[in-house]
Design a protein around this ligand. Structure first.
Ligand code: NAD
Length: 372
């Protein structure tokens, strides 16, 4: 089979879907075509791909392959380079129905890796986890960079400096890594989430959990979420959480927000009133900005100062750690391919397989919509 690795063209997208490590493994059975300079922003030069067994070609060569490996969904111009029955694997956004319809219309068979279930067997191909982990790390590094004080407590001859107080809102994969990273830098950390099991994880990392008690069975039930994901909480719980968060944010130096609900707009957790109450010079990194943001003052792709608080709205944090983000993503892709390519190197789509079924978003002209 011919496998194509195009360069990503979306603004700010620096990652690449295959690395020399994964190309070397794929090249034992397949012909690999990498677009010229596809890995450049991820610190991979064409020569490294060639040494791993690939050939270098144009965008048309890469998109013209039987199997195309991408980071982000192709745009219309890129789709026009693909032939019918091409298999496409990438982070295709399973909730973007227009894009799925366009792929289906072109008879492309498409797999959206973000839709893989959060089960043990899928862990090695879990792109959400590999990329969120990097994003959580980078969010703290960016916050520390924008913050005009030290992160750790310091006792110096010139006096003592207090440790930074970090508040993490939403403790999935990104939030846990944000806690771990802030902890390594010496900060004092508090965190909040709707899902009760998170409390133990937060405490095991040495942070304090902000408990918003559940007052009704309905609240308790919704907080359990579905498939490990959160569901929108009732308004009354959100109001009580906002009150507590307002008090904790007033004391915080850095707030990292990561709260997401699959297929929906991100919940608002830091109101303008709360930002106004925060200390001048404090920093918010709103990791939910691509889903509308956890703070209404965040601006997509910008760093702004509002009421004396620096608010960072960088949409694609993994792309700022492109080499490692690509290395982990490429391994996720390789592991996924083991599910759809048999030992003879042929494509086999087993729709009985839970992971294949969940990730398959277009086949035989049909777009397979995923429930939010
Ligand atoms: P996510 O990115 O969808 O959401 C981030 C966090 O925001 C979640 O913890 C969510 O509970 C929280 N959140 C939503 N609304 C909130 C609110 N109003 N206030 C505070 N927090 C709010 O989450 P994720 O990182 O993708 O993780 C989702 C789940 O998947 C977790 O349960 C995680 O443990 C699980 N997971 C399982 C596996 C596996 O078993 N293979 C791998 C990775 C993650």
């Amino acid at each position: 089979m011919r496998i194509g690795i195009p360069a990503e063209t979306r603004l700010g997208e620096t990652r690449v879907a295959a690395t020399p490590e994964t190309v070397k493994k794929l090249a034992t059975k397949h012909q690999i075509v990498v677009e010229h300079n596809a890995g450049l922003h991820a610190s991979v030069v064409d020569e490294a791909y060639v040494a791993a067994g690939a050939i270098i070609g144009t965008a048309a060569d890469a998109f013209g392959a039987d199997l195309v490996l991408k980071v982000r969904a192709p745009d219309a111009a890129e789709r026009s380079l693909m032939k019918p029955n091409t298999v496409l694997v990438g982070m295709l956004n399973p909730f973007d129905t227009d894009n799925l319809a366009a792929l289906a219309q072109q008879q492309i068979t498409a797999f959206a890796l973000e839709a893989a279930p959060r089960i043990t067997r899928a862990q090695s191909m879990d792109v959400l986890s590999s990329q969120a982990n990097i994003a959580g790390y980078k969010a703290v590094i960016m916050a520390a960079n924008a913050y005009q004080r030290f992160m750790p407590m310091l006792m110096t001859a010139a006096g003592t400096v207090k440790a930074a107080r970090v508040l993490i809102m939403g403790v999935g994969v990104a939030g846990l890594q944000a806690i771990a990273t802030a902890k390594r830098l010496g900060a004092v950390i508090e965190a909040s989430d709707v899902r009760p099991p998170v409390k133990e994880q937060v405490e095991s990392l040495g942070a304090k959990f902000i408990d918003v008690p559940f007052l009704t069975d309905e609240e308790r039930e919704i907080a359990k979420g579905v498939g490990g994901y959160a569901r929108p909480m009732p308004a009354d719980w959100m109001r009580r959480q906002a009150e507590l968060v307002h008090e904790r944010a007033k004391l915080a130096d850095i707030v990292i927000t990561t709260a997401l609900i699959p297929g929906r707009k991100a919940p608002v957790l830091i109101s303008e009133e709360t930002v106004r109450a925060m200390k001048p010079g404090s920093v918010i990194v709103d990791m939910a900005i691509e889903q509308g943001g956890n703070c209404p003052l965040t601006e997509l792709g910008k760093t702004v100062i509002k009421h004396g608080v620096t608010i960072i709205g960088e949409p694609n944090l993994p792309a700022l750690v492109a080499a490692d983000a690509s290395a982990l993503y490429a391994r996720n892709v390789l592991d996924f391919l083991k599910l759809v390519i048999d030992n003879d190197g042929k494509l086999v789509i087993d729709r009985e397989d839970e992971i294949v079924r969940a990730t398959l978003v277009a086949i035989d002209g049909d777009a397979l919509r995923k429930a939010a």
